[in-house]
Design a protein around this ligand. Structure first.
Ligand SMILES: [Zn+2]
Ligand SMILES: [Zn+2]
Length: 748
């Protein structure tokens, strides 16, 4: 009876943790979906690429203005040409925000924002960010028919893809309506699940709570509260930006909604409408409507500063464990550890027990390594067969299944061997080192101030300690399942892959193997401990499982899974490998070079522009390239000194090859005075970033120098194109091209 109850409890917890039964939007709201997709199609396909200042950008503004007006919003465009980001930095970009208003009371304003520009003239920007525009337009249509207390503002910002978020900054600067209580921006809501974006910092608790409440009402089944999303940005800097940051700077509660998007489409020609999922758009629309309605009814969100919390999706529902709660849990487990020490002091202090424990760990170490090797060996076999570095990137779900089957086989093998090698039959000889290992990991995380990372180890230590107090093997087993449960919520390969791709952080060699071993060894010891309890030794549970035939069956299943995965293409039209290409041209030294980086091997890449030169079988490569026969930089610099210490600098001309942006930086040994908007400002250095969008450049600078130190111009002309004409080619690769021309010029 007790056996059954414990087993049912364990099984139920596991099933619920895997959050199996979530429903999607299904066939409902066909009309809503087609309206949303029509906006994406219009912007990304009919209008096409929309870099700031381009004709596409203006066509997009006109379209959004028209749609907002049709919906009944008080809509207008707000043109801006120059935005002063700081006294020393100015952005020149001729574009506009489109703003639509639903008037309300004077309680305040709730804003929903997006951006209409696309990264460059080659990028259609369907997901980034026609998807956001579509959701804003359709959320406005729904909210326009409902009553609300706040003023609701729907904004599509210009120039988000340029530099320093000039559109939203300019909007915040000019805003003179009722104070903004909440800003929700959308950037990338076209594929997969929707979440609060993990930048500039990990999602804040209040923002995740707002989204959770909206999901409770909207029930889209397409929301992610993955613990990776909060933990990773706390560990590695995540260099992304979105328009909500302009509001955060002014201490306005703001969040950005994003989605799981594949890196190989990001800012490339592959960001096409065909890759946008209407169901994700629909979910984002419903969530935005509920978030706005919730904030409108309940009043503004209270910003809390608890950044150390941990989201734990359990029972298909996210729990947010606050930092104080995590610390209390750790303290409770530490007390339990102390009580255990006192209660079992005699057993723990026995010399023979310690010797057996050491022997247990020493023998368990290679056996645990054998058990954990299965998934790695399967992946290695796959790499050999499919000749790619990361075969699992294309179909993470299938590969996780294969990895679990491979693990089942190697675990079986090591448990089979244990029966002949068993170094000790004293169950405590395994349990004590297991607790010590988990406890030490938890303590190390806590000592480095990471209560969130510590939690899975705290839970494991607690469960293992409780197991030590329990008399029945099956109860100990159930406790083990409960203790391991928090780890399961980290089993989300899609998010894991997204971070590897987007962070650009390459894992050190053997990092995964070592991490897997560190996670697995205590649990292997725990299993050994279970097998050595008097009950288990007597009853020999799972006897038939340890027949060679069972092992062979597991091996067959694992091999079949690997074969199936090997048959599936790793890269195809639906999932390609991204190669980031950076070309650098240094006019001073007359040097040109290109660097290539990818998560996949560069082996198949050929450079058509360099006589089909091949790249090495590596993930990074840097090559010297003949200096190009281009008229660079194609700009003229005129310097005039009208008298005194004043200097006029004019930079004009038509730079070669349609640059995306031109950064002009002036510096002198001492501080400079620069004229900006009719006033003089004293700056250490002065930078103007110009987005010419196909037009000729003509910029005039007016300086005053109180010194005879040289005045130096540092120019940096960036392109989103293959300026060196390398023309890289390879099957199922997407090349993200970026080139830069740099030069220094002493003006005085
Ligand atoms: Zn964007
Ligand atoms: Zn972007």
């Amino acid at each position: 009876m007790r056996f059954k109850r414990s087993l049912v409890l364990g099984a139920a917890v596991t099933c619920l943790l895997l959050e199996g039964c979530r429903r999607g939007p299904g066939a409902r709201d066909v009309e809503g979906r087609s309206l949303l997709l029509a906006h994406v199609h219009k912007l990304a396909s009919e209008i096409g690429p929309r870099p700031a200042g381009s004709p596409g950008d203006r066509a997009a503004q006109d379209y959004i203005l028209k749609k907002m007006t049709e919906t009944g919003l008080q809509a207008r465009t707000e043109q801006f040409d120059r935005v002063l980001l700081s006294p020393g930095t100015e952005v020149v970009v001729s574009t506009a925000n489109v703003v639509g208003i639903l008037p309300g009371g004077q309680v305040g304003t709730i804003l929903v924002g997006t951006h209409h520009d696309s990264r460059n003239a080659a990028c259609p920007g369907a997901s980034d960010d026609a998807s956001g525009v579509a959701v804003v337009l359709e959320a406005a249509r729904i909210l326009a028919r409902r009553s609300h207390r706040h003023m609701l503002v729907f904004a599509s910002f210009g120039g988000e893809e340029t530099f320093g978020l000039p559109g939203s900054r300019e909007f915040v600067r000019r805003w003179d309506g009722p104070p903004i209580r909440l800003a929700i921006t959308l950037d990338f809501v076209g594929t997969g699940r929707v979440f609060v974006a993990p930048f500039p910092t990990s999602p804040e608790l209040w923002a995740n709570r707002l989204l959770r409440q909206a999901e409770r009402e909207a029930r889209t089944g397409r929301v992610s509260f993955d613990p990776w999303l909060t933990i990773v940005p706390r560990l590695v800097p995540f260099d992304f930006g979105a328009d909500h940051e302009s509001f955060l700077e002014k201490r306005i509660p703001a969040l950005n909604l994003s989605c799981q998007f594949p890196d190989w489409t990001y800012h490339t020609s592959e960001d096409q409408p065909g890759r946008v999922d209407g169901n994700t758009l629909l979910s984002a629309r419903d969530l935005v409507v509920r978030m706005v309605e919730g904030a409108d009814a309940r009043g503004p969100s209270t910003i809390d500063t608890d950044r150390g919390y941990l989201p734990l999706p359990l029972f298909g529902y996210p729990f947010f464990l606050s930092e104080p709660l995590l610390v209390i849990a750790a303290a409770a487990v530490a007390l339990l550890g102390l009580a255990t020490l006192v209660r079992f002091r005699r057993e723990l202090a026995s010399l023979s027990g310690i010797a057996e424990g050491l022997r247990g760990v020493l023998v368990s170490f290679p056996l645990a390594a054998l058990a954990v090797s299965g998934p790695f060996l399967a992946e290695k076999a796959l790499r050999g067969i499919s000749k790619v570095r990361h075969p699992w990137y294309a179909h993470p779900g299938f590969h996780v299944t294969g990895a679990i089957l491979a693990l089942a086989f190697t675990l079986w093998l090591s448990l089979y061997l244990v029966r002949f090698l068993r170094p000790s039959t004293l169950s405590g000889a395994y349990l004590v080192p297991a607790v010590v290992l988990e406890g030490a990991t938890a303590a190390a995380c806590l000592a480095s101030g990471r209560a969130d990372l510590a939690f899975p180890f705290v839970a494991a230590t607690g469960a293992m300690l409780l197991a030590g107090w329990s008399q029945y093997a099956i109860r100990r087993f159930a406790l083990g399942i409960l203790g391991a449960a928090p780890l399961l919520s980290f089993l989300s390969p899609t998010t894991y892959r997204m971070f590897l791709e987007l962070s650009g952080v390459a894992l050190p060699r053997f990092a995964l193997e070592l991490a897997a071993m560190a996670l697995f060894l205590p649990w292997f010891l725990f299993l050994q401990h279970l097998a050595c309890t008097p009950e288990a030794l007597y009853a020999r549970p799972g006897g038939p499982l340890f027949r060679p035939a069972s092992g062979l069956a597991l091996l067959f299943l694992a091999a079949s899974a690997v074969s199936v995965n090997a048959l599936r293409p790793s890269y195809d039209e639906g999932h390609r490998a991204l190669v980031a290409v950076r070309e650098r041209i240094d006019l001073q030294r007359r040097r040109a070079e290109a660097t290539f980086s990818s998560l996949e091997t560069l082996g198949p890449v050929r450079l058509a522009g360099l006589g089909d030169r091949a790249l090495p079988d590596a993930e990074q490569a840097r090559i010297r390239v003949p200096f190009p026969a281009l008229d660079l930089p194609g700009l003229r610099v005129d310097v005039e000194s009208p008298g005194g210490d004043e200097v006029l600098v004019r930079i004009h001309g038509a730079p070669q090859g349609a640059p995306r942006r031109i950064s002009l930086r002036f510096r002198s040994g001492k501080r400079l005075q620069v004229e900006s908007g009719g006033t003089w400002q004293s700056v250490k250095e002065y930078r103007r970033v110009v987005f010419p969008a196909g037009m000729d450049l003509d910029e005039v600078f007016h300086f005053r120098r109180g010194t005879s130190e040289p005045l130096v111009l540092e120019a940096d002309i960036s392109y989103d194109s293959d300026l060196l004409g390398l023309r890289p080619q390879a099957p199922f690769r997407t090349f993200r091209m970026e080139s830069r021309v740099r030069f220094l010029k002493r003006l005085l």
